[in-house]
Design a protein around this ligand. Structure first.
Ligand SMILES: CC(C)(COP(=O)(O)OP(=O)(O)OC[C@H]1O[C@@H](n2cnc3c(N)ncnc32)[C@H](O)[C@@H]1OP(=O)(O)O)[C@@H](O)C(=O)NCCC(=O)NCCS
Length: 227
């Protein structure tokens, strides 16, 4: 697995450093360094290379792929992705991933098809609680690619990102009780079921139950050394 860091981010950091030194504004320098040390440098990561797919940041040029695949009713049924799904929804979603990354409230990767660089799914760290060092993951994959172990690989890569780069202590996931595929996937990669959140969410106007699954950093570390 290889990790690629975004050069614009690096140059912005260097630029800030130069400004801080040149003008003597040590406070600026302190904030930049404090931010990097305190919260990690993970927002600069732009791509992680896997065996079956790569995880990478998405931009406006990916909107058509996301629109094409996320519009599938089976994806909407198992997530909070709206159906019907418009192209404008894809643009809005991409914009929201940039804003979450900037604010360090969330981090989203597209699953890149290695053959043509097209985005065939998404995986995200949806809410990062920096004080409690936890976050929620969510994901979907384009239907033509189901059943090949692709999302299992993506979730494993994302867990490494969450625990090693973001330095979280706990990662959780919500899954509808009827979503047997996702339940199997979560259990396979080491998540444990904590319980059923009764009518905790609203979907299409109805209250719905949801399982909550989680994995802790030491559980992940133990199993990743035995893989
Ligand atoms: C859930 C989803 C991401 C899975 O992606 P995927 O790449 O096909 O998943 P994987 O192939 O890595 O793993 C799926 C596992 O579930 C198993 N599975 C598939 N259908 C199943 C079923 N009906 N019951 C039990 N297990 C099932 C597969 O056999 C596989 O397990 P295995 O490796 O032990 O054989 C994909 O189906 C999807 O996008 N669904 C719609 C959106 C969604 O549900 N998102 C998650 C919300 S919590």
């Amino acid at each position: 697995m290889r990790i690629y860091v975004s050069s614009p981010g690096k140059s912005i950091a260097l630029f800030c450093l130069e400004i801080a030194v040149a003008t003597g504004y040590l406070v600026v320098l302190q904030i930049v360094i404090g931010n990097i040390i305190g919260r990690g440098w993970y927002p600069l990561i732009k791509q992680i290379e896997g065996d079956k797919i790569n995880l990478r940041l998405v931009d406006r040029s990916d909107a058509r792929s996301i629109y094409r695949y996320a519009g599938d009713e089976d994806i909407s049924r198992n997530t909070y992705i709206p159906h019907p799904y418009q192209l404008s929804d894809a643009y809005d979603f991409i914009k929201s991933t940039h804003s979450a990354r900037r604010k360090k409230t969330g981090f989203h990767f597209g699953l890149e098809n290695k053959e043509n660089r097209q985005i065939i799914g998404m995986i995200g760290l949806l809410t990062i609680n920096h004080a409690l060092k936890n976050g929620e993951i969510g994901y979907w994959l384009a239907r033509p690619f189901w059943g090949r172990g692709i999302m299992s690989e993506a979730v494993r890569m994302m867990l490494r990102f969450c625990f090693v780069e973001v330095k979280l202590h706990r990662v959780h996931a919500h899954v509808f009780p009827f979503n047997k595929t996702s339940i199997r996937l979560l259990e396979k990669v080491g998540f444990s079921r904590e319980g059923l959140l009764r009518e905790a969410f609203v979907k299409n106007g109805d209250y719905v139950d949801c399982y909550i699954y989680s994995i802790l950093e030491d559980e992940w570390a133990r199993q990743s050394t035995t893989l």
